[in-house]
Write a protein that binds this ligand. Structure first.
Ligand SMILES: [Fe+2]
Ligand SMILES: [Fe+2]
Length: 288
């Protein structure tokens, strides 16, 4: 099969992935509407008891909760705000994808979710450590940045020798090797999937270019936070698969953020602590 037809099969696979559960899709649409009524939002979430209980569990996790227990969705919105609620709904909705074993990248079950959550948590913490206000999309863009691996994994697996040879013998970055052999890399595949799910363009674009800072044209800070958190997560060994060994963080991004060893250490520490609380919530290895 040539590269163009491989790309077509991958895009066909993306199209075959079911949309998110109805309630999550409705909530995403509602939360994109600036005029959204609180009661409509509550009704959309409550329509799905599983989503409701998972959102409440997440809202009460050590990472998100304050000192008092959040007992209802209404309280979650009042205490955490709409943006956090959006993050909780998306996190809950993508958890089944992140829990899968990802062949091709050598990620055992739960590892992709751990990496995703660490980048979401790390990107927000990085902003806090630098005294910057994280853009609203930071957590969600971090969470979703590598989702394309779920789609691409079996294709990478099938063409592993060619991709690995390019990446490790010819020193091409892993995602460029994916693109050369398969006609598409995991970043683009993820972006296409998220477009299909109607996620906001600001998030889709970070996902699409997360390995290519020069081609990204949106909110620079949003991009830099996710890119830098991705590299910190991999350096800490969180969800490192076959591609992690030749990962290159952009020196320009790190310089723009004025990253230093102290900030990196604090962010990494928060990632590990945050991950522990979230892991507790989703079961050991985030795999259950
Ligand atoms: Fe990636
Ligand atoms: Fe990543």
């Amino acid at each position: 099969m040539n590269t163009a037809s491989k790309r077509d099969s991958i895009l066909a696979k993306v199209r075959s992935i079911p949309s998110l559960p109805t309630a999550a899709t409705k909530v995403i649409a509602l939360l994109r509407d600036l005029e959204v009524e609180l009661d409509d939002l509550l009704r959309a979430i409550e329509y799905d008891p599983g989503l409701t209980s998972n959102v409440l569990r997440l809202a009460n996790s050590a990472y998100f909760a304050g000192p008092r227990t959040i007992g209802s969705l209404r309280e979650a919105i009042v205490r955490l705000g709409m943006n956090r609620l959006f993050q909780l709904v998306i996190t809950t909705a993508i958890t089944p994808f992140g829990r899968q074993e990802v062949k091709g990248y050598d990620l055992s079950s739960g590892k992709l979710l751990e990496h995703a959550m660490s980048v979401a948590v790390g990107a927000e913490e990085l902003a806090a450590q630098l005294g910057l206000k994280a853009p609203e999309e930071t957590f969600t863009a971090g969470l979703l940045h590598d989702l394309g691996k779920v789609v691409l994994g079996t294709f990478v697996d099938a063409d592993a020798p060619a991709i690995i040879e390019l990446a490790y013998e010819h020193h091409v970055s892993f995602e460029q090797a994916e693109a050369q052999v398969l006609g598409i890399d995991h970043a683009e595949a993820g972006a296409v999937l998220l477009e299909q799910w109607n996620l906001p363009v600001s998030i889709v674009d970070v996902v699409r270019w997360h390995h290519e800072p020069d081609r990204y044209e949106g909110d620079q800070l949003l991009f830099d936070l996710v890119h830098a958190a991705d590299s910190l997560s991999l350096q800490s060994g969180i969800g490192v698969g076959i591609d992690g060994l030749n990962y290159h963080a952009s020196p320009e991004v790190l310089a723009r953020l004025h990253m230093n060893a102290e900030v990196a250490e604090k962010v990494t520490c928060k990632m590990l602590v945050g991950l522990d609380s979230l892991r507790e919530l989703f079961g050991s290895g985030a795999a259950k």
